[in-house]
Design a protein around this ligand. Structure first.
Ligand SMILES: [Zn+2]
Length: 398
């Protein structure tokens, strides 16, 4: 009898400890979300957001696998994808927050964090230095390519659009790779290459994730042998890089209205004096490192079309309000390779949590700790192509 009572006592103690730990966890997460949403509200104005309350959630994240999650995603009517720097690592691009997130200033000869250096205040004081940073990164962007994750997501998006499913692509990256991949995917369809839809359901049945070859980090080798775009991705040379024509870049935003580049696009610039809301192609790759271009409209200084760290989101340039309207109908949010350290991205995730939508986080170290979250652990380029293939195969057989 006594031993039974002791056992019950131990069990109750364990339950109390577990509950206490869970409460602490929820309180901490609540604080983080509140900070994010308060900060956001002060920055982007009339968006009515609040941090979810801990008692609104009875779900905690769990690790999932491709087969399990594919069935769930395939049932969704509006899929939203949010990407961060992790998706472009395989295209050899540095992250703002990783090792490549530092910049050595020439006058002070010191290393500064990108988040402290890339500010509007600095742009006004040192436009040559800020443009120098952009020219360097543009060169890297131009010399590399969208990788297999960009391409598969673009195929996924185009397929959804052609089959009347709603798909919203949101990126925090400024490399323009999602749009480049999207334009290519659309061109492939126009040319009748519908098999660039990654694979057929038969292929998927025959292949297992563990059997797939690991792709190279630079995205030149593709997964499996049913993928037909490898030839598009040979290494670029500076002399081969095509400049966007003046008609192309203005079409871009109407062609790609479903791709939200919420922090801008390094391939474009606009008037720093706000004489208009027009975008213009950034200067030639390989221009003088300190070259500060002028606005083609009014000849005042031009600025990169990228959001500086001390700036607010504006609808005219980043379509932030349109985006928040659009995600009202989302059923499912796929978050790829981001630490969610920017306000709008964190807001999108907070909305999904609040509305108890399915969230799939693809990351090496997941950051979403709360809500109906399923983790796919690993690098984007190892998971995204397989996930896209499986979902498309599911769509095609439904
Ligand atoms: Zn101007």
């Amino acid at each position: 009898m006594n031993s039974s009572i002791a056992k019950i006592g131990d069990t109750l103690k364990t339950i109390r400890e577990t509950t206490g730990a869970m409460d602490n966890f929820k309180n901490e997460w609540d604080k983080v979300l509140k900070k994010v949403t308060d900060n956001l509200a002060s920055k982007i104005g009339p968006i009515h957001m609040r941090a979810p309350r801990p008692d609104e959630f009875d779900m905690t994240p769990e690790i999932t696998d491709l087969d399990t999650i594919t069935d769930e995603i395939a049932k969704m009517e509006h899929i939203v994808v949010l990407t961060g720097a992790g998706i472009s690592v395989a295209s050899n691009l540095p992250s703002f927050r990783g090792e490549g997130g530092f910049w050595t200033t020439r006058d002070k000869q010191e290393k500064v964090k990108a988040s402290e250096f890339l500010t509007y205040t600095n742009f006004i004081s040192y436009p040559e230095e800020i443009w120098h940073w952009h020219h360097e990164l543009r060169k890297t962007v131009a010399m590399n390519n969208p990788n297999i994750s960009h391409t598969c997501l673009a195929d996924f998006q185009v397929f959804c659009e052609k089959s009347n499913r709603k798909f919203t692509m949101i990126t925090q990256n400024i490399d323009g790779y999602h749009i480049e991949a999207y334009v290519k995917a659309n061109k492939a369809i126009e040319q009748g290459l519908d098999k660039t839809f990654v694979t057929t359901s038969k292929d998927v049945e025959e292949r297992k994730l563990s059997d797939l070859p690991q792709k190279q980090a630079n995205g030149l080798e593709v997964v499996g042998n049913s993928y037909s775009k490898a030839d598009d991705y040979e290494e670029k040379k500076l002399s081969d890089i095509e400049r966007p024509s003046s008609s192309d870049f203005n079409k871009k935003y109407s062609i790609c209205k479903e791709v939200y580049e919420i922090h801008g696009d390094i391939n474009y610039m606009r008037c720093a004096n706000n004489c208009s809301n027009k975008f213009f192609p950034a200067p030639e790759i390989g221009c003088s490192p300190d070259f500060v271009p002028k606005c083609p409209n009014c000849s005042s200084i031009a600025r990169p079309h990228t959001l500086f760290f001390d700036e607010n989101y504006l609808e005219a340039f980043y379509r932030s309000n349109s985006l928040l309207d659009e995600i009202q109908t989302m059923d499912c949010l796929i978050v790829i390779g981001t630490a969610l350290e920017t306000n709008l991205a964190a807001n999108i995730v907070a909305q999904a949590i609040t509305n108890k939508k399915l969230i799939i986080e693809i990351n090496i170290d997941p950051v979403i700790k709360y809500g109906n979250v399923k983790y796919l652990l690993g690098q984007a380029e190892q998971i995204v192509p397989n996930l896209c293939e499986l979902i498309l195969a599911k769509f095609q057989t439904n």
